[in-house]
Design a protein. Structure first.
Length: 614
């Protein structure tokens, strides 16, 4: 096939003007009359890549294929069909933006006079007349930066997911704000804005288009078939994974570039949170209210009614698709899967928030794309000076072994709490809701600083206020409570945010732990303390291990271990150490008293039975 004599291959090229493996550019390519090229990216595309390569006329355009560690021989296949192959450096996190930048850099090396470049994925086939059509459109208008055409699914009949992809490809004709990942762009415009942002995990093309338009360029979609896309999504698992990636990329772009004029993916992120987080939270809150007001039956009715919002939204989306001419079955599937996708998007957002420390979450560096005239600077990694690093290591070594409860300790404490509530307590022991919220708040406090912690902290306070109102239990997350905490009944329980409560303590309804005056000291409860209903423990007092407080008592003094306190103000009525066994002499004396009492009772009964009745 034409172009096979010009094959070159580079390794480890990543957005720089790499040379061929021989260290020089092919002379044949320098003499070529080709004035544009095609950059194809892919990984393990198999037969789809073959069809993609064959759809490009190598006599008309230079082909560059960027491979991302394929294991199916994709690189060798591309070489055999006349493409110049670039092996992407996979020591860094992969994204399509990096791959396309690397392909562009290689293309400008092979074709120094290239005026434009067509970007296409390895699972697509370009239409035979598209390249000439795109070149003509771009050449006819100076301020036009990029052009795209119509995209259709190759095998929509293969699965419902492919059909939905075909429906997704239907776009507006004319001037647009973004053109999708498959398009042709002028080289001058691409270099002017610095190319793709190599730190964007997904959604890199809308971000590029936003920058293009900020420079005064235009983007257009024409009414011409551009290519066929082969999604090959044949299972729900494949579709779900795609939606999770969409959620990840949407939050990445919205977080970093959503403040721009297009508010990129902001509405997508908000919609996912409304349906994937807001609605379930609202339903759960309504269920709590229903349980408090009318018991389990009302709670179930309220939750069931709330859940009807999901199919209602599905029907609304399906009706809109049907009005746009889609078959009823396809419209119904589109509506249902659109609602389900919100939960996948939320999962993707969660993964993004937990990966903020990686390079995918780093801020963009506006470095220009490397060309022969403007070579890219090698990537550098900032490191702390040796002395500073040594000091930091010393600080970490000398720090206390445990500065805050660990995740494992939090989990163990929560399991101990649930163990004291018995089996299936969620609907019959409303106080457990407040304990669960408290433990959740402690987990949030132990998260590293960042967006994830901020969102979870706001979620905690929402849940805290909800349970405080619904259940009447106010235990802030700043309270230090040991494992095995148990509340019998609920309502009227309030704990000062600086109080300390040991392991396996028990509260009943109406209990209060607080100070006696503003900014005064607060109580400390050691392990196994029990508080009776409506009891109050006020001031800087300490209740020893195993201490008990009677109902309606007001404790203003220390209570020794194992003692009981009752009254207003409470007085210690027993100070016997908890769990202290009786001596042998005491046990014998008690046994003798019980024997004498039993014998006396028996004699009285016998005497009464022997007397004649009157």
């Amino acid at each position: 096939m034409a172009g096979q004599g010009n094959m070159t291959k580079t390794s480890g090229v990543d957005g720089v003007g790499g040379m061929s493996s021989t260290g020089k550019t092919s002379k044949a390519n320098k003499k070529s009359k080709k004035d544009f090229g095609v950059v194809i990216i892919g990984r393990n595309e198999g037969e789809r890549l073959r069809r993609c390569l064959l759809s490009v006329d190598s006599k008309r355009a230079q082909i560059v294929y960027v491979d991302s560690a394929s294991t199916d021989g994709s690189g060798e296949l591309a070489q055999s069909l006349g493409a110049s192959v670039v092996d992407l450096d996979m020591s860094k996190p992969f994204n399509a933006a990096r791959a396309r930048n690397a392909g562009f850099a290689r293309l400008t090396e092979l074709v120094p006079d290239a005026r434009c470049v067509q970007f296409v994925d390895g699972d697509c086939e370009l239409d035979a007349g598209w390249l000439d059509r795109a070149v003509d459109v771009l050449g006819g208008e100076p301020k036009l930066a990029a052009v795209c055409g119509l995209l259709h699914e190759k095998s929509p009949e293969a699965s419902i997911y492919n059909r939905l992809c075909d429906l997704e490809w239907a776009k507006t004709i004319g001037e647009v704000s973004a053109c999708g990942g498959i398009f042709m762009i002028k080289r001058s415009a691409f270099e002017k804005v610095g190319g793709f942002d190599a730190t964007v995990a997904a959604g890199e093309e809308p971000e590029l288009c936003q920058r293009l338009r900020s420079y005064g360029w235009k983007i257009r979609r024409v009414d011409t078939l551009m290519c066929l896309h082969d999604s090959a999504i044949l299972s729900f698992r494949q579709w779900w994974s795609r939606q999770v990636r969409t959620g990840y990329g949407a939050l990445d772009v919205a977080t970093r570039f959503g403040s721009g004029p297009d508010q990129l993916f902001v509405s997508t992120v908000k919609s996912a949170r409304v349906w994937g987080i807001g609605l379930p939270a609202a339903i759960a809150s309504a269920g709590m209210v229903g349980a408090a007001a009318g018991g389990p039956a009302m709670s179930a009715a309220v939750v069931g009614t709330g859940l009807l919002a999901l199919p209602a939204q599905s029907l609304r989306i399906a009706a809109r698709a049907s009005r746009n001419g889609q078959p009823l079955a396809l419209a119904a599937a589109y509506g249902g899967l659109t609602v389900i996708s919100k939960f996948a998007h939320v999962l993707g957002q969660w993964r993004y928030m937990t990966n903020r420390g990686t390079s995918l979450g780093a801020h963009k560096s506006r470095a220009p794309i490397a060309t022969d005239n403007a070579p890219a600077k090698p990537e550098t990694v900032e490191t702390a000076p040796p002395k500073a690093a040594a000091a930091a290591a010393k600080t970490r070594t000398e720090a206390p072994a445990i500065t805050a409860p660990t995740k494992a300790a939090d989990d163990a404490a929560w399991q101990a709490d649930k163990a004291r509530y018995g089996a299936k307590p969620w609907m019959r022991e409303q106080s457990l809701w407040a304990v669960a919220v408290y433990r959740f708040g402690r987990r949030v406090d132990n998260l590293p600083a960042g967006l994830k912690k901020k969102i979870f902290d706001k979620t905690y306070w929402l849940l805290y206020r909800a349970t405080e109102v619904l259940v009447g239990v106010g235990i802030p997350k700043s309270v230090d409570i040991g494992p095995g905490f148990r509340i019998h009944h609920f309502g009227g329980i309030f704990v000062h945010n600086e109080a300390k409560i040991g392991a396996n303590c028990t509260f009943r309804q109406g209990c209060t732990l607080g100070n006696r005056h503003e900014d005064g000291p607060v109580p400390v409860l050691e392990d196994d303390v029990e508080l009776g209903a409506y009891s109050q423990v006020l001031g800087g007092v300490t209740l020893g291990k195993g201490a008990k407080v009677g109902a309606l008592s007001v404790v203003l003094c220390d209570v020794p271990a194992g003692a009981s306190a009752v009254g207003i103000p409470a007085k210690v009525v027993s100070a016997k150490p908890a769990g202290k066994p009786l001596s042998k002499t005491t046990r014998s004396s008690a046994t003798a008293k019980r024997v004498r009492k039993t014998k006396t009772t028996s004699r009285k009964r016998a005497s009464s039975a022997s007397q004649p009745s009157k």
